[in-house]
Design a protein around this ligand. Structure first.
Ligand SMILES: Nc1ncnc2c1ncn2[C@@H]1O[C@H](COP(=O)(O)OP(=O)(O)OP(=O)(O)O)[C@@H](O)[C@H]1O
Length: 691
């Protein structure tokens, strides 16, 4: 949506018409699009529906346009009762639009019953439980809290729910409990084998996660950074390998939503598996398992995405060739992707989802991991799960995490890891305060540390000039990492140009690695305090210092982020590369990417879809970590400034974190605004109303 919105007087006049006819409504929706409050595509949907149903009522057209607009904001459906009760919450329009919205709403039905009647009367709406499927573009799910869907999203949710329901049917028949117990005790020998403590952190949730994963075809392992999700997944693989009857044939695949996250997953899983060698004492050939797994892939590549289409190479008719699939950074999987993934997975294959449920969901519609983890904090384990856990792990799940009945079957396959192994210091405390909505505590932590000086682990400036942000990025804040290290490595080229190819490679690696130590993360793209403005400001400072010589789009030292997958070039959305002279032809720039322990390079001319990457959005930073992260909050952020964004930004930092807010108060209001994405996934799961 446009950042600057303008409602002209004619819009207000139009809304003030005494009787709201369909024509008035269509023109009103058009005006709302002109004013940037709806997208063109939203008002076009209303127009299309009217072309299909000449008797469509204004309420139907309004609901459809709002539904489409909500999909653009990540929601998968429109909660109609909420739309009638508090339209402002649903529409999320700015204050200037309030008067116009009230005039418009005064002329729409006042009761939910009348809105529903307008929808139920139209042939473009399929009322679930009443109508047969004729390909209606809208779908209405009734009940106390009715939901309106665009057909496509209803289809995804229903399909995801159906797959999850069948994957979480408990099946203990195939579990050789004695053997599993033996192996679990070996793999988790360091932790106490039993505990009666009611303290959540005292329980070995990692061991429990491995045990529960054996009872079905889906396992969800969630937890904050460093809680050991990959560590647990590696032990689960070893356990499967040790107990599966056909272990040598077990086909294991690794995937993640971005290339960077996939590479990290592969590296951590391999390390964690090989670290187990002393534990397995030659009984399992872990080296062979590591080799057989091959590399980790992006989900797009795994599923065989076809550019510019909604079709996938793998689907129910041509399933993936795997027995076990581990997917990391699952919070970034949107609804359409999750639906494609579940359809492409053979029913017998095990899916292990790893992710942090509290992180930002993907930009696209759906917050699937968040929905699936509804009961993760509370546990909600049923008595038979408790008994199974006791038998195969020796662990006693504390009473506080037990549910008598009515818990989702999915909860029996979900474990939240609660103890961070590398995130206990001030950054961890800050992340926890933000996650719990404790704005005062978060601010106090930032203040307390900022007082220690510019080299403090946490440091914040709320209010001030944007020039300070770019200066600190280039020159450093105290002794913390900044682009100064990158500038220095870049300068080595002029001082002592590498004379051999290996020396050139080592230099390229050094530039890339030093650049990766620090990152500016913005909430928004546009404006001085957004990605675009800060990229310009950092470039200008580096230019003034003589670090870069920016003459055109491409210059030596330009860091770029790929914005579109290109399998032929071997680059994927989110990959970060750097334009540097090639060894063979130093006058030519090539874009170098770190790939595992090596380098991959592509000609600048072939990389059409890239953006400069001194600053990037928090969204794009998911799956990455930096030694020092600076989070920049723009006053133009609106509803984008929310709790998940701040939490995700903070948890990208390994050793130091800086907050830059354009005006005071932005951080506190973001922490006070957790995101609620409308979705019916849990309703489908609870009721099994899969229609
Ligand atoms: N039970 C444990 N005992 C000892 N070390 C552990 C344990 N669990 C995890 N670790 C260590 O903690 C670190 C973080 O673990 P891991 O990378 O698996 O966490 P993660 O949750 O996957 O992190 P991220 O959010 O970054 O993906 C690793 O060095 C790992 O070896």
């Amino acid at each position: 949506m446009k950042s600057k919105r303008h409602l002209d007087v004619h819009t207000q006049d139009l809304f003030a018409a005494p009787e709201l006819s369909v024509q008035y409504m269509l023109t009103a929706l058009q005006r709302l699009s002109d004013a940037g409050l709806l997208r063109r595509i939203d008002s076009a949907l209303a127009q299309f529906l009217w072309s299909q149903d000449a008797a469509a009522q204004p309420a139907l057209l309004m609901a459809a346009a709002v539904l489409a607009q909500m999909e653009g904001r990540g929601h998968s459906c429109l909660p109609l009762a909420e739309l009638v009760r508090s339209p402002n919450n649903v529409l999320a329009w700015p204050k200037e639009a309030l008067a116009a919205q009230e005039v418009l709403w005064a002329q729409l039905p006042a009761s939910l019953t009348d809105w529903l009647a307008a929808l139920q009367r139209s042939p473009v709406v399929r009322v679930l439980g009443r109508d047969a499927d004729h390909g209606q573009p809208l779908v209405l799910l009734g009940g106390e809290a009715p939901l309106l869907y665009l057909r496509r999203y209803w289809d995804y949710e229903r399909s995801v729910a159906a797959h999850i329901a069948s994957r979480t049917a408990v099946d203990e028949a195939g579990v050789d409990e004695a053997k599993v117990r033996l192996w679990l005790d070996r793999l988790f020998a360091a932790s106490a084998s039993s505990t009666s403590s009611a303290e959540a952190v005292d329980l070995d949730w990692q061991k429990l996660a491995c045990a529960l994963a054996l009872r079905g075809q889906l396992s969800v392992i969630t937890g904050g950074p460093g809680t050991g999700k990959t560590y647990t997944a590696a032990r689960l693989l070893a356990l499967l390998f040790a107990t599966a009857p056909d272990a040598q044939q077990l086909r294991v695949a690794l995937a993640a939503p971005t290339g960077k996250a996939a590479a990290r997953l592969k590296q951590s899983i391999d390390t964690a598996l090989l670290d187990l060698n002393p534990v397995v004492q030659g009984e399992l050939d872990l080296q062979a398992l590591v080799q057989r797994m091959g590399g980790a892939r992006t989900l797009h590549s795994l599923l065989g995405a076809r550019p510019d289409t909604r079709h996938w190479g793998h689907h129910a008719g041509k399933p993936l060739d795997v027995d076990v699939l581990i997917v990391d950074e699952a919070s970034m999987i949107h609804l359409e992707m999750m639906s494609a993934l579940l359809q492409a997975l053979p029913p017998t294959a095990r899916l292990i989802l790893l992710g942090d449920k509290d992180q930002l969901a993907s930009v696209e519609a759906g917050a699937v991991l968040g929905d699936l983890c509804r009961d993760a904090q509370a546990g909600c384990y049923l008595p038979d799960t408790v008994a199974y856990a006791r038998r195969v792990t020796g662990l006693e799940i504390p009473a506080g995490f037990v549910a008598a009945q009515a818990a989702l079957p999915l909860a029996q396959h979900t474990v939240m890891l609660r103890k961070s192994r590398r995130f206990g210091g001030p950054i961890g405390q800050l992340a926890q305060a933000v996650n719990q909505g404790e704005a005062r505590q978060a601010l106090a932590l930032l203040e307390e540390h900022s007082r220690l000086g510019r080299s403090a682990v946490l440091w914040a400036r709320q209010g001030g000039e944007v020039a300070e942000v770019s200066s600190a990025a280039v020159q450093g804040r105290g002794s913390q990492a900044s682009y100064a290290a990158y500038a220095q490595s870049l300068g080595l080229w002029r001082e002592s140009r590498p004379q051999t190819e290996p020396a050139h490679q080592a230099w390229v690696m050094e530039v890339l690695q030093s650049f990766d130590r620090f990152r500016l993360l913005c909430a928004v793209r546009e404006g001085d305090w957004g990605v675009a403005g800060l990229n310009r400001a950092v470039e200008a400072q580096l230019q003034a210092q003589g670090v870069i010589r920016k003459e055109g789009e491409w210059y030596m030292g330009r860091p770029v982020m790929v914005s579109r997958n290109d399998a032929a070039l071997g680059v994927f959305n989110g990959d970060i590369g750097m334009a540097l002279p090639s060894f063979a032809d130093p006058a030519r720039l090539r874009v170098y990417f770190l790939q595992g322990d090596g380098l991959h390079h592509v000609s600048t001319a072939r990389l059409a879809h890239v953006e400069t990457a001194f600053a990037m959005t928090v969204h794009k930073s998911q799956g990455s970590e930096f030694e020092h992260t600076a989070l920049v909050l723009s006053a133009q952020g609106g509803s984008v400034l929310n709790r998940e964004l701040v939490y995700t930004g903070i948890t990208r930092a390994r050793e130091a974190f800086t907050l830059w807010a354009e005006v005071p108060g932005l951080l506190a209001s973001a922490i006070a605004s957790p995101t609620q994405r409308s979705s019916g996934l849990l309703r489908f799961l609870e009721q099994k109303a899969l229609d």
